[in-house]
Design a protein around this ligand. Structure first.
Ligand code: BG6
Length: 490
């Protein structure tokens, strides 16, 4: 792809997301030689800094992220792109200066992408400030805004954020990011489903017993308590990332891969999720918080001991829920979504459990219940496709065992790009396919809103789980039958 010249301005350039993901992703794109020849990366932070100081920090970020992949030659080119502009909170003057820079200084390409890598409460503030000085008008060039998740705090706040964006922007200018959709392995869900004849005929309520979508992490809340205390696992992971995975697994084939076709199908699925009434929340959702425990043989503190966490916090670090999609394809098939911090493993996967065969021919030869077929799509750390099937054990007896057909597809030397690398290029190019339309966000909030409401009212108690475990025990109560259980490993 040859991209047009552009200015990429990152608000919150000094924050977590920018340091961990955005700047490293841009460096990798530089290494891959895909950034436009004329491109300025303009970093904005609250404090004053000279350009040289900032370039020094950027070098530190790259070295820390790629101790092996750091190559001086690429960095020499990369650093020429960087500029720094301080935008202290409430300092209108800094936006006037920015306007002069972006609209009049010939060194800055006039197509601009503004990336909001800031706290959600600052999205509308910065967009207002940009809009008020006329920086979002598309007279000189295109003006696009990338909005990080979470888009809102609940349904109502998402709607009001949307209104405030529309004061200054129209829909084609807005890129609501959910980096899960940008993961190569997540896009593979569509390839598995729609580029193979084998799977799609089975992909429905006649053959599938239930679906599990899990994202578990070893990491704790780290230095993000400030954000996480006001969020919790349900908002942080389920409303956004896991709901997007569900939509991709459950949607009908889109007319094409064009952005609107894809988004139409995802929204249709989200709209058909059966609303959970407040009285049904306990039967459909479960939350927990990590207590101290052991990860990789090392003791780690509990959530309440983390810096920045209130000593009586009941913020959930684990959330699980069950939803039903009331349409012809999925009626009666539960979808289980689960996420947690400080869990036993780093693992993101979609697990599909098939129904038992209608006749259990081998019952007499076995002392245990029949083993169903599973299809497992590993997202990270292992991207893979596995299928579990039954075979006869060699020997005189007619006995069976489960084997796994492993269709792990990555070849030696084939590196998957980080989600942010592709998404940054898409935003610069103006391709919306992997970004969310507002109705997707809105319908996801509708699904989790009743749970958020009930949990907000019941703030006096929360189940706990030991760090390094698979979450609170009681979470099994979400399953309807005894032969259903969480699948932990692929
Ligand atoms: C972020 C969440 O959106 O996704 C984090 O805010 C979470 O809490 C992260 O750790 C997981 O992303 P990834 O790409 O590391 O799986």
């Amino acid at each position: 792809k040859t991209l047009a010249p552009c200015t990429l301005m990152i608000f919150g350039a000094n924050g977590n997301l920018s340091r961990l993901k955005l700047i490293p992703a841009l460096f990798r794109l530089e290494q891959a030689n895909v950034l436009p020849e004329k491109m300025v990366i303009l970093s904005a932070g609250l404090e004053e800094r000279s350009r040289d100081e900032w370039v020094g920090e950027v070098e530190g970020i790259i070295k820390a992220k790629y101790p092996k992949g750091y190559d001086k030659a690429t960095f020499e080119k990369f650093k020429t792109r960087h500029q720094y502009h301080a935008t202290p909170i409430g300092d209108a003057e800094s936006y006037n200066r920015l306007k002069v820079l972006l609209d009049e200084d010939a060194n800055y390409p006039t197509d601009v992408v503004f990336y909001m890598a800031v706290r959600p409460s600052e999205f509308p503030v910065i967009i207002d400030a940009l809009g008020n000085v006329g920086l979002l008008k598309q007279t000189a060039g295109t003006r696009r805004v990338v909005i990080e998740k979470p888009f809102g705090y609940d349904l109502l706040s998402a709607q009001s954020l949307q209104k405030s964006l529309y004061k200054h922007l129209n829909e084609p200018q807005i890129f609501r990011i959910d980096h899960y959709v940008g993961k190569g392995t997540v896009q593979n869900v569509m390839v598995f489903r729609f580029a193979n004849m084998l799977l799609e005929p089975l992909w429905n309520r006649h053959y599938i017993d239930h679906v599990q979508i899990t994202h578990s992490e070893n990491l704790g809340v780290g230095g993000r308590a400030d954000y996480y205390e006001g969020s919790g696992a349900l908002r942080d992971m389920i409303q956004s990332h896991l709901m997007q995975l569900l939509a991709l697994v459950a949607m009908e084939p889109p007319v094409s891969l064009a952005a609107e076709h894809l988004r139409d199908e995802k929204v249709k699925v989200l709209k058909t999720i059966r609303p959970i009434s407040q009285s049904a929340v306990h039967a459909h959702a479960f939350r927990g918080q990590y207590a101290s425990g052991t990860i990789d043989g090392k003791p780690v503190p509990g959530y309440l001991e983390e810096t920045g966490v209130a000593s009586d916090s009941t913020t959930e670090t684990y959330a699980a829920m069950k939803v039903f999609i009331d349409n012809w394809r999925w009626s009666g098939v539960p979808f289980y979504l689960r996420t947690g911090k400080r869990m036993a493993e780093n693992a993101s996967a979609i697990m599909i459990r098939f129904k038992n065969p209608p006749q259990d021919l081998l019952r007499a030869t076995r002392h245990e219940p029949p083993r169903p077929n599973w299809i497992m799509l590993g997202i990270q750390p292992d991207d893979c496709l596995k299928m579990e099937i039954q075979v006869k054990i060699p020997g005189l007896e007619l006995q069976t065992r489960t084997i796994s057909l492993d269709a792990t597809y990555r070849k030696e030397g084939e590196d998957e790009y980080d989600a942010y690398e592709g998404l940054l290029l898409d935003a610069m190019e103006g391709d919306h396919s992997l970004f969310l339309r507002f109705d997707e966000v809105e319908w996801s909030w509708r699904v989790v809103d009743p749970i958020l409401k009930v949990w907000a009212m019941e703030r006096d108690f929360i189940n706990t789980y030991s760090a390094g475990s698979w979450g609170p025990r009681g979470t099994y109560r979400l399953f309807d039958r005894e032969d259903q259980f969480w699948r932990h490993s692929l």
